[in-house]
Every structure is written in structure tokens, then in C-alpha cells.
Design a binder for this molecule. Structure first.
Ligand code: PEP
Length: 244
């Protein structure tokens, strides 16, 4: 399967930041992996225009469950697709924490994303307290079961394992810990969805940077990365793309 380097810009970036996108595209005209950036919605259309005809794909960071309607401030999956998105991140731990998103909501959003033709990047991951309590696999298993709808396939879904305590902290699990969770996810997804789950990309996310990308990508069942901070600069994200 082709690996995926996905960048999540979160609430960062104004039009000036598009210079980084131009630099990324120029430096990686034919990367050895898929390359995806998910900017704030305000930049999606402009970034999609820059990415047209290149190896870069663009995605949203969230979507509503409905296609349209009286939902001030929200964005539908159809709108993301219309703006040029191919993917949408769903259930990121910051949305689960800041907006109280539940597994059921993430599941409904995933179905909405598929209906609009988008690939869902569904995020799961334990908190530090959950890991310390030895509950990592329980938590990840429950989130996978609740957040990923029936009908998930290698074509419509990517899973991102992002330990909450590793996001933006500079800390990462050991390579063995990453391997354990990814092998567990592959088993769970294969048990539920069958053969297609063998080709489903399982990304690791949480403080991935150029200096640790190579060793993380060598871990079994790690099919790419979801990158926050290090996706904002073309040089850093490009180095991660090269490591894949
Ligand atoms: C993220 O938010 O998805 C993330 C992994 O952030 P960072 O790479 O900055 O830890």
C-alpha cells in the first residue's frame, strides 16, 4: 500500500503560510508516499488551487453530520469536497476534548464524509491517565468500535492512532508501544471488516518530526503519520515525506 504523510495545520495559518505549500510542492513533485495537508477551512480553497495537478492532496479538519442547514459556524462534508478536499480528519482528540465529540458523533460524521466522497481520517488515542492505568488497548478498541461505521474500507477510511499525551508535547511512546497498538488495531479492524482492513492505512500521530520519523515509520503496521506542528514548515514536513 502507498503510505500517507498527513499534516494537520489545526488553527494555524493565514494566506502568508501558502508560501510553505508552494515550497513543499516544488521540493516534492513526485513523493514516494501520498502527501496530504489539512489547513483551516479559510485556506482550503486556495490550497486546493495550489495543489491542483500536483502530488499534494488537501483535506478538512472536521465536518458536520448534515449536508446543509441552520448550523452556524459549521461546515459540511459536501462543502469541503466542493472546495477541493479529498479527505477530512474526524474525531481528533482536540475536538473530542474541546467540543465534547463522542464516538457516536464521530461515526455519524464519518458517514457524512463518505456520502460526500471524502476519505475519513478517524483519530483515536488514549490519555496519559488511561495509559498509566493500563487501559490503552481498551480505550483504543472502544473508540474504533464506536467511531468507525459499518462499510469502512481501505478506500474510504484511514485510522490515526494519536496518544493524547504525545500530541504537541515532544513526547512519544516507545517503538514497541506503537507497534503493540498498531498491531491491535489491525487485528480489530480485520476481525470486523475483513481483508480490506489489511490495506487500511494506520497512521501514527503525536510529536512526529524529522528526527524521529524514520524509526517510527519502520514500525510494523505504521502506514504513515498524522503530523501537527511539523507540518507547518515545508522543510520539516518535506523531511517527513522523504522518510516515508
Ligand atoms: C496532531 O495534532 O494531530 C498532532 C499529531 O500534533 P503534533 O504532531 O504537533 O504532536
Amino acid at each position: 500500500m502507498q503510505k500517507l504523510a498527513a499534516g494537520n495545520w489545526k488553527m494555524n495559518g493565514t494566506a502568508a503560510a501558502l508560501a510553505e505549500v508552494k515550497a513543499l510542492i516544488a521540493a516534492h513533485p513526485a513523493p514516494g508516499c501520498e502527501m496530504l495537508l489539512c489547513p483551516p477551512a479559510t485556506l482550503l480553497g486556495q490550497m486546493a488551487d495550489l495543489a491542483a495537478g500536483t502530488a499534494l492532496r488537501v483535506g478538512g479538519q472536521d465536518c458536520h453530520t448534515k449536508t446543509a442547514g441552520a448550523h452556524t459556524g459549521d461546515i459540511s462534508a459536501a462543502m469541503l469536497a466542493d472546495a477541493g478536499a479529498s479527505h477530512v480528519i474526524l474525531g481528533h482528540s482536540e475536538r473530542r476534548a474541546d467540543h465534547g465529540e463522542t464516538d457516536a458523533l464521530v461515526r455519524a460524521k464519518t458517514e457524512a464524509a463518505w456520502a460526500a466522497g471524502l476519505i475519513a481520517v478517524v483519530c483515536v488515542g488514549e490519555t496519559e491517565a488511561e495509559r498509566d492505568a493500563g487501559r490503552t488497548l481498551d480505550v483504543v478498541g472502544t473508540q474504533l468500535a464506536g467511531s468507525v461505521p459499518e462499510g469502512a474500507s481501505a478506500e474510504n477510511t484511514v485510522i490515526a492512532y494519536e496518544p493524547v499525551w504525545a500530541i504537541g508535547t515532544g513526547r512519544t511512546p516507545t517503538l514497541d508501544e506503537i507497534a503493540d497498538v498498531h498491531a491491535f488495531m489491525r487485528r480489530e479492524l480485520t476481525a470486523r471488516f475483513g481483508e480490506t482492513a489489511r490495506g487500511m492505512r494506520l497512521l501514527y500521530g503525536g510529536s512526529v518530526k524529522p528526527s524521529n520519523a524514520t524509526e517510527i515509520f519502520a514500525v510494523g503496521d505504521v502506514d504513515g503519520a498524522l503530523v501537527g506542528g511539523a507540518s507547518l514548515k515545508a522543510a520539516d514536513f518535506g523531511a517527513i515525506v522523504t522518510a516515508l
